[in-house]
Design a protein around this ligand. Structure first.
Ligand SMILES: [Zn+2]
Ligand SMILES: [Zn+2]
Length: 371
């Protein structure tokens, strides 16, 4: 199912022009408001806290923000590291703002399953229109023998005696500065709060075994190479009944024979004859919507561009489409008949000097060769 997430700017309650300072202020306020320490484990507040952290993490990084503005959520995570946000980072940010006063929390209870990544290759056209795909994924799933709990049949996990099920222990140390109290994950149960005395033989107490699953995913229209599509909850199952991780599809797009994509713009290099360039013509060019008719103006120069509005790739977030750019490449004939040679001499006999041009002639050439 396509991922529907709230807009990051909306999450932080700022407008799209917000400065770094505005973002920080908004984040700080919301992080305080929804911090799990203040909301007594309220799931909705925790969700909001994560959302706020994720939005800030992306928008506070100028590169990721730009990518987000251009491609939306699907673009986040594209080139340059994982787009996956983990809960712990929210605490790191929190520590950064509040001088490390917030203890990193190692909560009791089952851990979340890991995120999985999978490379998916789609056609150029499918990337433009979006596509529904079904994948066979082999991934850790809850063990059928113990129902994912990890305990052998007829037994169950018992509360950890070391931490009384809290999953964390306090340690008191003497230091030069006096007594220091730190909270650490419980070494006996590794923060889970419970201990399995007789592990399930099928999964060795992990509660997980590899299983095949068929997953149907709607890949949104407009995705591009290296973008990631997040499929929530389709990562590995959590060990011993924990919530599942997410599945990330890393998109690869097969090249098109004639069209090249640059973000939302599609480029077509269109060869035309000297006669078409000089006299003008109406020609048919390929687009992702099928062949389109366009006009070549009389007197077209090499490298001139014609824009076909709305024939480009869609923005995966808004659906708004870019343009197609047709670059006209005048093909100079290499084999001439005697008559053609004669006609060309008549047109402009070679005179040993550069051909005179009007002012501004070189502007579009610069554009065409990208300088
Ligand atoms: Zn098992
Ligand atoms: Zn323990």
């Amino acid at each position: 199912m396509p991922q529907t997430k709230r807009d990051y700017y909306e999450v932080l309650g700022v407008d799209r022009q917000a400065s770094q300072e505005d973002l920080k202020r908004a984040y700080r306020k919301l992080a305080m408001q929804y911090h799990p320490d203040r909301n007594g484990g309220d799931a909705q507040a925790e969700q909001r806290f994560k959302e706020v952290g994720e939005a800030y993490q992306v928008l506070s990084d100028p590169q990721r923000r730009q990518r987000y503005d251009t491609y939306g959520q699907a673009g986040d995570g594209f080139a340059g590291g994982s787009g996956a946000f983990n809960f712990q980072s929210a605490f790191d940010l929190f520590d950064m703002f509040f001088g490390g006063s917030a203890q990193p929390r190692q909560r009791g209870g089952p851990r979340r399953g890991s995120d999985l990544r999978m490379q998916v290759t789609i056609d150029f056209q499918e990337a433009i229109t979006g596509v529904n795909r079904t994948f066979e994924v082999t991934k850790p799933a809850a063990c059928p023998d113990c129902g994912g709990r990890g305990a052998a049949a007829g037994t169950s996990a018992s509360v950890c005696q070391e931490c009384q099920g809290r999953g964390q222990v306090q340690r008191v140390r003497q230091s030069l500065l006096g007594q220091m109290v730190t909270v650490e994950p419980c070494p006996r149960c590794h923060g889970e709060g419970q201990v399995i005395e007789s592990p399930c033989p099928n999964c060795h107490g992990q509660g997980l075994v590899d299983a095949k699953k068929s997953i149907e995913v709607q890949i949104p229209a407009g995705v591009d190479n290296e973008m990631q599509v997040r499929v929530p909850g389709e990562g590995a199952a959590g060990p011993r009944g924990g919530p599942p991780g997410d599945l990330f599809l890393v998109i690869g797009v097969r090249p098109h024979e004639q069209l090249v994509r640059r973000g939302m713009t599609i480029v077509y290099e269109c060869p035309i004859s000297v006669a078409q360039a000089a006299l003008g013509d109406t020609i048919e060019v390929p687009t992702v919507d099928g062949p389109a008719t366009m006009t070549v103006k009389p007197g077209t120069q090499y490298g001139e561009q014609v824009r076909l509005p709305g024939k480009g790739a869609p923005d995966p977030r808004t659906g708004r489409r870019g343009d197609q750019v047709v670059r006209l490449r005048v093909v100079i004939p290499t084999k001439l008949t005697e008559r053609q040679r004669h006609l060309l001499r008549e047109l402009a006999p070679p005179d040993g000097k550069p051909h005179p041009v009007r002012r501004g002639f070189f502007e579009h050439i610069k554009d065409a060769i990208g300088i």
